[in-house]
Design a protein around this ligand. Structure first.
Ligand SMILES: Nc1nc2c(ncn2[C@@H]2O[C@H](COP(=O)(O)OP(=O)(O)OP(=O)(O)O)[C@@H](O)[C@H]2O)c(=O)[nH]1
Ligand SMILES: [Mg+2]
Length: 1128
């Protein structure tokens, strides 16, 4: 029975002060969904007997089978305390790392969160991650320490031991909060410092840089978790009980006559009670006094468990009567002690009361949204709040007010789109039966039952009664069967049947201001939308989107069609949703891909993008089993993309359809969804595609057997040089230190390029600042286009300087002199971890100076050609020579850029302008001859001396015959970069996961065995205090990770399970092109060196996948085979 009618919920939605939007966050399997079950059962949506077993919020089949949550879902609950009634919008989130993007979508639309920690496992990696997410979104957390029963039943702790263990967990989690807080305060302080440096007049005389002051001045006591503050409860969700110390403080203040306030402060902590004096004293360890928490709380719980487990009926009865509880006869007699415990404890210490009371008291309502959070939500990229247009800044007040009047702007944030079966939508559901219909049905059922009874007794079936035949609507007058009838009444109208197979998308959203009304027109703002740009184009002065709006980039207009109350597995229709509520919105699928901001005013900025912890890294190519089903697959992939916040779908240049997912479990879920829901076809899936990066290193000083290279005689030097020469075609000059000089096919320009490995720190800085580099690039291009809309804000400028400073700090030494100033571009895609530095004297341009000023025609011509050089560099960094994977950590230095011939030609073109007709004619003649030349060039490379064709006439014709000059420059630059790489020692870089494994000591050995088999490296091993659990931190190549989790689980019989998160790229030390060259190497590896070369194996696998040429000998030892056959 559902206690709360829809009307009640609608009424509660209007009282914003009593709304709590909360999500449940934790490490995987710490009991979030079980806790949610308990809270839901308090509303009568599920029976309390099923709470914890049903896992109601895990509505998908695979969630139930695997026992883990994969999607976050919301439910609205009612909670009454005293006179106050609250509406709690509860969101259950997944704990598995693969689905951490679902956590981000949940956290964004909440004001508070419940952090659940398993009392045995304590703080785990995902606990840290979710706590950080909550911090980043500025939402307030409360703590639930769950699974206390495990301390009693599994670890067999005494109450005293349990107390110390719980204290320990609290310390750990508070230490984490402390680190987050400290880093934030220091960051803010540093910001203030820079501001005062920029503005020296504002704060004078502060000479000493004192980091501590910021921390000392800031009160942080409210941030920490402590039972006396009321933000911690202890629970056992599976047994249905939980308590905060307030509950016991109230009881004991009456029982022992000590003030409740005093008890509240002392029930947790090292205090004991002197019963005679009725005084509370500090615990003196020597006297063996027990803390109050142990004596008054834990011991009672322990003795109850003890009594039930020992089946001590007398004691149980005593406890039950002393607590004044009424236990049903069925539960009291039940043989399973767990059911008895549940029955007693859930009455004694109802978990939902404890948790919901804490939520309502300690977590903020939507009205309490802080100015800091609002500003953060409104400022995308490197913008600051002050740099927003005044109209936009004014919206901050609307956020803070969270008002529901008609004049308040409507602001809604859609954090994800989720798919539901169109059948499940309220409008497509069969309408509920009226009272009369129900009565009729009941009557019919009774008659059928009577008939059955009669038949069983051997009597002839009764004829339908007059009454019944009148009721039956069956056209043939046949006797309708009960189940048929059932089907008929629950099947939606035939018109909708077609839609039944369809998925309908619902936006998971929250109203931040104003009332969302059905039928209301609203702007949909994409993440790149800029209110400043809009305000320039369209004057303000309207509150609803007009129909004749000129098209504005990243903005669309739509009507709010269907609004829903999210009730876990169900949706309820709503007409309007007041501010501060979580809701579902139907009909947005054509406007919103994954997330968006909806607003009634165009001055609203898009919300900052969700911050995802996991990077999608596991790729597979998919194709339909039957080629004709390709269109379904493409459509299905599009739907999947929309339905998952983190999956990426790509169509590669090779035509492959690729899915990129966060991990194996995520991949499996996506494939299942694709097969069963979105595409509904059979698909074949490739082996996971493992990404690599290509880079170069410094030449090694020692060989493969650790002998110094310089001292040895190179046995295979001749062989080696031959190989090197074959890689570089003739016509390209390579000097001894790797400078490549190459001329464009038309011989008009010559480029000299060198490749150098960047120091590791620099690559890291580039990776970390890719957003900043992107905004620098956007600024430059908008300035280039002559737009001046985006003024560089002071803060952005400072960030750029800081970034430059960091680069300078690491690029020191003669080799790198002035390199930072010469940086011309980053690549690939203009923001990657590779650098193009321009050392040529003819044309100076760098990323720091912005675009070259609007100068003469000459300069702009250079700029255009410069763009070609940059494009060539971008192409070269996008796919390297080893296996066409992107480059990383390489600096290309353009040493010289000789355009003199091109300029000469340009000058002569000017001279010849008057005789252009004549020239055209001649070009026609020359084309034929130069075509021949081109063929020759293809045959013998660039060997043909340029002088042969150096006549004025020839040159101009050559320009045309090789295509546009800019295109030639791009190709030549790309070639130059590739060759420059090939003359250096090349290396592959592998993607690495960090892997956290929790394991008990007896399976530790097996975990290590699996790790080392898969080339994992253990970084750290830590024992959890008070348990025999170990936490192992390791790194593992992504390439070796497939099936890793399963293997670990199997080998340890499920006692250990790893969590893998992408962390960084690492150079694979072996050289993929390695062949033995030194004497020692020959001795050690033999001439063929057939021992396995990991890097070559990876490289060849990638080349094979991409259909590139792979140098492999199919018959390795032919002579041996012959000998064998002879001997037969
Ligand atoms: N002993 C004990 N087991 C519990 C308790 N709460 C939950 N469990 C068990 O822990 C397991 C995981 O519970 P879930 O509620 O699915 O955990 P979750 O945090 O939702 O897991 P994910 O959603 O996958 O992250 C289940 O087998 C539960 O029965 C508890 O209080 N005590
Ligand atoms: Mg769950």
């Amino acid at each position: 029975m559902v206690l709360n009618s829809l009307d009640k919920m609608i009424q509660l939605q209007k009282n914003t002060a009593n709304i709590r939007n909360i999500c449940v966050l934790a490490h995987v399997d710490h009991g979030k969904t079980t806790l949610a079950d308990c809270l839901i059962s308090s509303n009568g949506i599920i029976s309390s007997r099923l709470a914890g077993k049903l896992r109601y919020m895990d509505s998908r089949e695979d969630e139930q089978i695997r026992g883990i949550t994969m999607k976050s879902s919301a439910i609205s609950l009612h909670y009454a305390k005293g006179d106050e009634e609250y509406l709690i919008n509860l969101i259950d989130s997944p704990g598995h790392v693969d689905f951490s993007s679902e956590v981000s979508t949940a956290v964004r639309i909440c004001d508070g969160c419940i952090i659940v920690v398993d009392a045995v496992e304590g703080v785990c990696p995902q606990t840290q991650a979710v706590l950080r997410q909550a911090w980043l979104e500025n939402i307030r957390p409360v703590l639930v320490i769950n699974k206390i029963d495990r301390l009693i039943l599994e670890l067999k702790f005494t109450p005293q031991e349990a107390y110390s263990h719980l204290k320990n967990i609290l310390e750990q989690i508070n230490a984490l909060t402390g680190t987050l807080f400290t880093s934030k305060v220091l960051e803010e302080r540093a910001e203030r410092e820079t501001e005062s440096q920029v503005n020296p007049n504002s704060e004078q005389g502060e000479q000493v840089y004192d980091w501590s002051t910021g921390l000392e001045d800031t009160d942080d006591s409210h941030l920490y978790f402590s039972p006396e503050q009321g933000n911690v409860v202890f629970t056992s969700a599976i047994d249905g009980w939980g308590f905060g110390i307030e509950h016991f403080a109230k009881i004991y203040s009456q029982k022992i006559g000590i003030k409740k306030e005093v008890l509240l402060k002392t029930l947790w902590g090292d205090y004991y009670i002197n019963m005679k004096a009725k005084k509370i004293m500090k615990v003196d360890q020597a006297k063996g006094k027990k803390p109050l928490f142990v004596q008054l709380i834990l011991e009672n719980i322990w003795s109850l468990y003890d009594a039930v487990l020992k089946k001590d009926k007398e004691k149980i009865d005593k406890i039950v009567t002393s607590l004044g509880l009424k236990i049903g006869a069925r539960e009291a007699r039940h043989s399973d002690p767990k059911i008895q415990i549940n029955a007693i404890c859930s009455q004694w210490l109802p978990i939902s009361q404890a948790v919901l009371a804490m939520v309502c008291h300690k977590l903020p309502s939507p009205l309490d949204i802080t100015a800091e959070r609002v500003e953060k939500l409104m400022c995308t990229g490197s913008q600051t709040f002050d740099s927003l247009p005044p109209e936009t800044q004014a919206l901050k007040a609307a956020f803070m007010k969270c008002g529901s009047e008609d004049t308040d702007p409507v602001i809604i944030f859609v954090s994800k789109m989720f798919a539901v079966d169109a059948k499940a939508l309220p409008q497509n559901k069969p309408r509920p039966l009226s009272q009369e219909e129900i009565a009729q049905r009941r009557e019919r059922a009774r008659q059928r039952h009577a008939e059955k009874l009669a038949a069983a007794q051997g009597q002839a079936p009764l004829h339908p009664t007059q009454d019944e035949s009148a009721l039956e609507t069956s056209p043939k007058g046949e006797e309708p069967r009960g189940d048929e009838q059932q089907v008929e009444s629950t099947t939606p109208k035939p018109v909708l049947r077609e839609e039944n197979n369809q998925e309908s998308f619902i936006a998971f959203a929250r109203v931040f201001s104003g009332v969302a009304r059905r039928g209301r027109k609203i702007f949909v703002l994409g993440p790149k939308y800029s209110p400043a740009e809009f305000l320039q184009r369209v004057p303000l002065g309207f509150s609803a989107p007009p129909d004749d709006l000129p098209p504005v980039p990243h903005m669309a207009c739509c009507t709010l069609e269907n609004l829903y109350l999210l009730m876990g597995r169900e949706l309820e229709d709503l007409e309007e949703v007041p501010p501060g509520n979580v809701l579902g919105i139907g009909g947005l699928q054509d406007f919103v891909l994954k997330s968006a901001t909806l607003c009634s005013l165009p001055s609203c900025p898009p919300f900052i993008p969700l911050n995802f912890e996991a990077t999608p890294i596991v790729r597979v190519a998919v194709e339909p089993k039957h080629p004709s089903e390709m269109p379904q697959l493409v459509k299905g992939m599009k739907l999947l993309n929309q339905a998952d916040p983190c999956v990426q779908i790509l169509i590669q240049e090779t035509g492959e359809h690729v899915l990129v997912t966060a991990g194996e479990v995520h991949l499996q879920r996506c494939l299942d969804d694709l097969k069963e829901r979105f595409a509904k076809i059979h698909i074949s899936v490739s082996e996971p595609i493992i990404p690599f990066r290509e880079t170069i290193t410094k030449p090694p000083k020692v060989d493969m057997v650790n002998e110094e290279i310089g001292k040895q005689q190179k046995v295979a030097v001749i062989h080696q040089t031959k190989e090197d020469q074959s890689k570089i075609p003739e016509g390209i000059q390579v000097d001894s230190d790797g400078l490549i000089t190459i001329t464009t096919p038309n011989k008009l320009a010559t480029l000299s390029v060198r490749a150098m490995p960047l120091p590791e720190e620099v690559t890291q800085i580039l990776e970390e600042n890719s957003d900043l580099i992107r905004s620098m690039e956007q600024l430059t291009s908008s300035l280039n286009e002559g737009k001046n809309t985006q003024m560089i804000h002071q803060k952005t400028q400072e960030k750029i300087w800081e970034f430059k400073g960091k680069l300078e700090q690491h690029l020191t030494g003669r080799k790198w002199r002035n390199t930072v100033d010469q940086i011309w571009s980053f690549g690939p895609r203009k923001c990657g971890p590779n650098i193009l530095a321009n050392r040529s004297e003819d044309f100076q341009n760098s990323v720091w100076t912005g675009p070259a000023g609007k100068a003469s025609k000459e300069a702009s011509r250079y700029r255009d050609l410069g763009n070609s050089i940059v494009s060539g560099f971008q192409l070269a960094t996008l796919s390297g020579p080893m296996c066409e994977e992107p480059l990383m950590g390489v600096c290309f230095v353009l040493e010289k850029w000789d355009l003199s011939k091109f300029e000469e030609q340009g000058a002569s073109d000017n001279q010849n302008e008057e005789q252009s007709d004549l020239v055209k004619e001649r070009q026609g003649e020359d084309k034929t001859c130069s075509d021949g030349d081109e063929n020759q060039k293809l045959q013998d490379g660039f060997s043909e001396p340029f002088e042969k064709r150096s006549s004025q006439k020839g040159e101009s014709s050559l320009t045309d015959c090789y295509g546009p000059f800019s295109g030639q420059l791009i190709a030549t630059m790309k070639e130059a970069c590739r060759y420059a790489l090939q003359v250096k020692p090349q290396r592959l870089m592998a993607a690495m996961y960090t892997c956290d494994i929790m394991a008990t000591s007896d399976v530790l050995g097996r975990v290590y065995a699996v790790l080392s088999k898969r080339e994992g490296r253990v970084l750290q091993e830590e024992m959890k205090e008070g348990t025999d659990m170990f936490i192992i931190k390791a790194v593992l190549p992504v390439a070796e990770s497939f099936g890793f989790a399963d293997e670990i689980r199997k080998r340890t019989s499920g006692l250990a399970s790893p969590q893998l998160v992408f962390s960084h790229w690492e150079i694979i030390p072996s050289d993929p092109f390695w062949v033995p060259t030194t004497e020692e190497e020959y001795l050690h590896f033999g001439e063929k060196a057939d021992s396995e070369n990991q890097a070559r194996k990876y490289m060849n696998a990638v080349r094979k996948r991409k259909g590139l040429y792979v140098e492999e000998k199919i018959v390795e030892h032919a002579e041996k085979q012959r000998t064998l056959s002879k001997n037969k």
